[in-house]
Design a protein around this ligand. Structure first.
Ligand SMILES: [Zn+2]
Length: 363
């Protein structure tokens, strides 16, 4: 059935082209006319020929980084008036989630739309943009990224290509992404897919960078306050606080549902302190869009991230104080968190990580 539709579409393209412009005027059109003649001469194999042609077109498009139709990503959730987020998958980035395993958010202001996180590749950025256009006809004017990770940054070249001039990141994250770009792009190409990642370009030079905090006037008397509360999951981390909407987009300082995950560069003790900084500065009745997991409130994000860090730090410290080994640290009871996504991959690793942070290793 799909084949027939495709053939109909193809024939109308061919007829349309040959009818509209004379081949003498345009060699591109002449190519189509020649192709139409070939098809006519081999009408028995028409179906196969069109099929092969269609496949070839798709292959060529993918090779040059053509984005194609929007990806079937989840619909953006309305968090508050004018505040939306597409909740990313809570497992690792892989081909089935297109690298969408963090939250991509947007806020509609008087003068335009503010996007938080560029997405893991241009196709994701494009798909998010399509959703934005269904909500508002205002242009995307600002894009900020949560940290130096691929799913925050690799889609940024799409936003540059569609004319966004105001891109924001912390100075450290921007420097780290610039230095790491080839390996970050390669890692996401391997994990998510080469075709979908191939068109991502390094556009670090287009970013406005900040240290500590940056206030962005977004019109209508409102502003977005970008804040780096301190290191944690990543060495530099950006949150976006919008006091007029009572919303904070925490970036990777806040994990809901999904287990907080420690990478080699994670400073888990600093993370606890940075989270405390956020608690000291942001009112408890603020709505939270976390870096990972569904939108929530401050008491919940505190319980899901901060309380977990505090618990595990205390428990592993006790193991160390009692002269225990890394294997003993692994046995620290985390069973109360067993239903959280990626528990199996994260729990023991997190305990080992903290043990190493305290002792400098298992000697
Ligand atoms: Zn992340």
């Amino acid at each position: 059935m799909q084949k027939r539709v495709l053939i109909l579409a193809m024939s109308s393209v061919l007829l349309g082209f040959s009818g509209a412009v004379s081949a003498e005027e345009d060699p591109y059109v002449a190519g189509f006319e020649q192709y139409a003649k070939e098809l006519g001469a081999h009408s028995v194999t028409l179906e196969d020929s069109v099929d092969a042609y269609a496949k070839d077109v798709i292959k060529t498009e993918q090779k040059v980084g053509y984005i194609g139709d929007a990806l079937p990503i989840p619909k953006a959730v309305k968090v508050k008036d004018g505040v939306y987020t597409v909740v990313g998958s809570m497992i690792w980035h892989n081909p089935s989630n297109f690298g969408l395993n963090n939250n991509l958010s947007f806020i509609v202001f008087k003068d335009g739309v503010f996007v938080f996180n560029a997405g893991a590749n241009p196709a994701l950025a494009y798909s998010l943009h399509k959703q934005i256009k269904q909500v508002t006809d205002k242009p995307v004017k600002w894009v900020a990224v949560e940290n130096n990770q691929g799913h925050a940054y690799l889609g940024a070249s799409y936003w540059v290509d569609v004319g966004v001039k105001n891109l924001y990141s912390s100075t450290m994250a921007n420097d780290q992404f610039r230095a790491g770009f080839p390996s970050i792009k390669e890692e996401w190409s391997i994990r998510v897919g080469r075709a979908i990642t191939s068109s991502a370009r390094n556009v670090c030079d287009k970013f406005t960078t900040f240290d500590g905090e940056l206030k962005i006037d977004v019109g209508g008397g409102e502003y977005v306050l970008l804040k780096d509360f301190g290191p944690g999951h990543t060495p530099a981390s950006t949150s976006a606080y919008i006091p007029s909407r009572k919303v904070i987009l925490t970036g990777d300082i806040g994990f809901n549902e999904r287990m907080p995950v420690f990478f080699s560069y994670t400073d888990s003790f600093a993370w606890e302190g940075s989270f405390k900084n956020m608690l000291d500065q942001i009112p408890m009745d603020t709505t939270v869009i976390p870096g990972h997991g569904t939108p929530t409130d401050m008491p919940t994000i505190k319980r899901q991230t901060y309380d977990y860090l505090v618990y595990l730090h205390k428990a592993v410290q006790k193991v160390v104080d009692d002269g225990g080994s890394m294997a003993d640290a692994e046995k620290v009871d985390q069973s109360m968190y067993k239903d959280r996504p990626v528990f199996q991959q994260a729990a023991k690793n997190n305990a080992r990580h903290i043990y190493t942070e305290i002792t400098g290793g298992d000697f």
